[in-house]
Design a protein around this ligand. Structure first.
Ligand code: ZN
Ligand code: ZN
Length: 506
């Protein structure tokens, strides 16, 4: 290909991708509006609009024209001469293109229909506490996923193909090792905590907190940790989320509970962790699919880092507790910082994943991982799920759900066929601890920075080492570059053991 012909090709391809990403931005913005501001009666038309745009985007991303671009640009002699961003864009688009094209369109349509129905049925089954209602749908979803895996192909374990959708290159082998390490250390730690006579007094967190005051304090903390309000905004929604339109427009939401202090503030810090990541992706990546987090696990590492390792640390509150007392004098002036710190780090085995504390959360994920792996390898049948779920809850957390509503029916994910997603939550915790360890080594006065509320050097480190790259690096590449290691659960285990043994005086 002549160099002018190649230039033209690259230009057309990048324009095409920009159009695809424009659809994506519009869809994201409409979603945000739907979940925060849109009037109730506008929802029907809105859902239709989103589905029309999504169909258009899907058609563009699977069109023969797009396939031709990708084929020509992947030609080794051509690919080698492309700039790194175009190379990354080609690789990413090709992966998505092939994943979509390998599925027969009618199979895919059937699956979309099935999961739409399944979500409604799941909600009803949960409401009525009736797993039998959901069971046939889940059986069909698992069957469909197994068919998909056959079309996509797999290496090693079948479940690897599903993991790869959320966490590129992640394998069952790695996860088995990670969860084995967590199981060995966290399960006994949780039971030692349950047996400890020293229990945090959490009454300070369940007083009445004015919503306006909560919002003001949350905004203050968000500004201090460096969420950029010039490139974002904070709104209310039932389920908190962060959503990126572009790095210059990354929005977050939270939920306020008048009677529980933790909900809004720690929710805000969590979503801001996701948002700070997106706000610091290089603008060179805008209008490409690389303008995104490296993976779900890396994304979650950023939210968990800010929420737990910074926001629930003793040093953070050494600095901010006086501000908190000033913001809520009636609630906190008689409460020592020690009592507050212990209260926000209370560990209690509980039934519901989304309400779980930092420590037991990983055990909830482990249960889901083991079940998904079993379903996809056909060593577990859908009909056995309630029994297996309850047995694992008892084994790992020492409690048994009273019913399927607070057991196997609690999460929406499986009704959408999202197998392979759950493990990324625990991966996020593992990565976060690895990154924090690297920071402590590489930034001289790391602990002091947190204790003085000076987060700029930490943010610069994160931007330079992680954020700016967006999806240019794969998760294991990023980890190796930043920490010099592969995924290693021991940093998380060390962090959790030292933190919680101190709090529970073990
Ligand atoms: Zn205490
Ligand atoms: Zn998150």
């Amino acid at each position: 290909m002549s160099s002018t012909a190649q230039e033209k090709l690259v230009h057309s391809f990048r324009d095409y991708v920009k159009k695809l990403m424009s659809y994506q931005q519009a869809i994201s913005l409409l979603h945000w509006d739907m979940r925060t501001q849109a009037p109730r009666r506008g929802m029907g038309a809105r859902a239709e609009l989103i589905s029309t745009l999504a169909a258009e985007k899907f058609a563009l991303s699977t069109a023969a024209q797009f396939g031709e671009y990708l084929e020509e640009l992947s030609e080794p002699s051509v690919f080698a001469t492309l700039d790194p961003i175009t190379q990354g864009t080609v690789t990413e688009c090709k992966k998505e293109y092939e994943r979509s094209r390998k599925l027969p369109p009618d199979k895919y349509k059937e699956f979309v229909l099935l999961t739409n129905q399944a979500e409604t049925i799941w909600a009803e089954a949960r409401e009525k506490n009736d797993f039998a209602l959901f069971r046939p749908y889940l059986e069909r979803i698992v069957k469909a996923k197994l068919e998909f895996i056959n079309y996509w192909g797999y290496e090693g374990n079948k479940y690897n193909t599903l993991l790869d959708i959320y966490e590129p290159d992640l394998t069952v082998e790695q996860l088995d090792e990670m969860f084995a390490a967590l199981r060995q250390k966290i399960v006994p730690l949780v039971s030692a905590i349950a047996a400890s006579p020293h229990k945090p007094d959490t009454s300070c967190l369940t007083q009445s907190f004015g919503l306006a005051e909560q919002e003001a304090f949350s905004r203050y903390i968000l500004e201090r940790i460096g969420y950029d309000f010039e490139a974002g905004r904070l709104d209310k929604s039932v389920h908190p989320f962060a959503i990126s339109i572009a790095p210059t427009d990354v929005r977050i939401t939270t939920r306020y509970d008048q009677n529980h202090f933790n909900v809004a503030l720690f929710g805000c810090i969590h979503e801001a962790g996701h948002a700070i990541y997106e706000q610091n992706i290089s603008l060179d990546l805008l209008w490409t699919p690389l303008c995104d987090g490296a993976s779900m696990g890396i994304h979650e590492s950023q939210s968990r880092y800010w929420e737990n390792m910074v926001g629930r640390s003793r040093r953070f509150w050494d600095h901010f507790y006086p501000d908190l007392v000033k913001a809520f004098p009636a609630q906190f002036s008689g409460v020592s910082i020690e009592q507050f710190y212990h209260a926000i780090n209370e560990v209690t085995p509980s039934m519901i994943r989304v309400e779980a504390d930092e420590l037991t959360y990983n055990l909830h994920i482990m249960i889901r991982y083991e079940i998904e792996k079993g379903l996809i390898n056909e060593t577990i049948e859908v009909g056995e799920l309630p029994r297996i779920w309850n047995a694992k809850m008892e084994e790992y957390l020492g409690i048994v759900p009273a019913n399927d509503r607070e057991g196997v029916l609690q999460d929406v994910h499986w009704s959408g066929g999202e197998f392979g997603y759950f493990p990324t939550y625990s991966l996020g915790n593992v990565y976060a601890a690895q990154f924090a360890h690297a920071m402590r080594k590489q930034i001289g006065n790391y602990d002091e920075l947190i204790a003085t509320g000076e987060f700029a050097p930490i943010r610069s480190w994160l931007k330079e080492n992680i954020h700016q790259y967006g999806k240019m690096k794969k998760p294991n590449e990023l980890l190796a570059d930043v920490t010099g290691e592969t995924m290693n659960a021991n940093y998380l285990i060390d962090y959790l053991e030292s933190k919680y043994k101190a709090i529970y005086q073990l």
